[in-house]
Ligand binder design. Structure first.
Ligand code: FAD
Length: 314
């Protein structure tokens, strides 16, 4: 019987594997497959990570995740490069179905580290210019655009948080929103309206990001959602802040979740409502969403799982 199965191989899952491996738990990682569930997680689409401690010159996302994986392998992690298709979490034995095995994988505990996916606008130029001025994370990429003009797209609390963060770095933040009022809380709105560096563009939707041929963001095409008139606006970067979707679908119905789909953990731990089921990283965190916080909670999950399994084994 395995001691722990970890689903997901981003910073959270692989850190959990490193700690579980060093605790002699011989972890099994179901690491995902394909572009939807890419092994290595969200950082695999990032060129430059400048805020992960220990890398003063910065490091590319894929290189960082390769190093995480090597370290997890060094301590005896077994990898299944495929998706978890179905899970059974109640009862003392946890089960995970994967395509390559006739029988489900079984373990005494399970760590859910399936992460989240940023929502994008799905307009021409957006995908091609990711890492070249299009971003979904101001904390990650804001400092590349110091004293430049940037757009933040969205109208909720996240968009205003991103705008306020960027307003201390960029020369001007243009908040582009498709409606004429914001969904964000009153307190965030008051802060944003008062900020001298934030300008609001109401009833506007980005319909194209330019210039793919120059491999950098130079402007956007904005469509007025009332008059439908399209205009071009020169800009240096576009931060899309229209939300993230946690990859929690497989676990909903068994594991308690917040209304927004993020898994619920008991405060200060990674334990969920089900004994032996732990959740870490972005799938249980709609606030911080950083590689280092994901790694931190991955460490917590492995320690929580080890203590749970030790208590079971007496
Ligand atoms: C473009 C971009 C740039 C970023 N830059 C930075 C940065 O510079 N610094 C920073 O700190 N953070 C950055 N972030 C945020 C950071 O990537 C995330 O906070 C972090 O990756 C979360 O780690 P995680 O392990 O929780 O989840 P993820 O990295 O999302 O990994 C989840 C894993 O679960 C797997 N998975 C999902 N479902 C299944 C399934 N059914 N079966 C098997 N596997 C499954 C996926 O394949 C993936 O391996 C960036 C994010 C993006 C999108």
């Amino acid at each position: 019987m395995n001691k722990v199965i970890i689903v997901g191989s981003g910073p959270a899952g692989l850190t959990a594997a490193i700690y579980a491996g060093r605790a002699n738990m011989a972890p099994v990682v179901v690491e995902g497959l394909g572009s939807d569930h890419q092994p290595g997680g969200q950082l695999m689409i990032t060129t430059e990570v400048e805020n992960y401690p220990g890398f003063p010159e910065g490091i590319t996302g894929p290189k960082l995740m390769d190093m995480f994986r090597q370290q997890a392998m060094r301590f005896g992690t077994q990898f299944f490069t495929e998706d978890a298709l179905k899970v059974e979490l109640h009862g003392p034995v946890k089960r995970v179905w994967v395509e390559s095995q006739k029988e489900p994988l079984e373990a005494l505990s399970i760590i859910v580290a399936t992460g989240a996916v940023a929502r994008w606008l799905d307009v021409p130029g957006e995908k091609d210019l990711q890492n070249h001025g299009v971003s979904a994370c101001a904390t990650c990429d804001g400092s590349f655009f110091k004293k430049q003009e940037v757009i933040v797209v969205g109208g909720g609390d996240t968009a205003l948080e991103e705008a306020l963060y960027l307003a201390n770095l960029a020369s001007t933040v243009h908040l582009v929103h498709r409606r004429d009022s914001l969904r964000a809380s009153k307190i965030m709105q008051d802060r944003a309206f008062k900020h001298p560096n934030i300008r609001f563009h109401w009833n506007k939707a980005i319909v194209e990001v330019r210039d793919v041929t120059k491999k950098k963001v130079t402007s956007v095409l904005l469509q007025d959602t009332v008059t439908q008139v399209v205009s071009e606006m020169p800009i240096d970067a576009v931060f899309v802040a229209i939300g993230h979707t946690p990859a929690s679908q497989l676990f909903l119905g068994s594991v308690d979740a917040h209304d927004n789909g993020y898994l619920r953990v008991n405060h200060g731990t990674t334990s969920t409502n089900i004994p032996g089921v732990f959740a870490c990283g972005d799938v249980a965190d709609h606030v911080y969403r950083q590689a280092v916080t994901a790694a931190g909670t991955g460490c917590m999950a492995a320690i929580d799982a080890e203590r749970y399994v030790s208590a079971l084994e007496g």
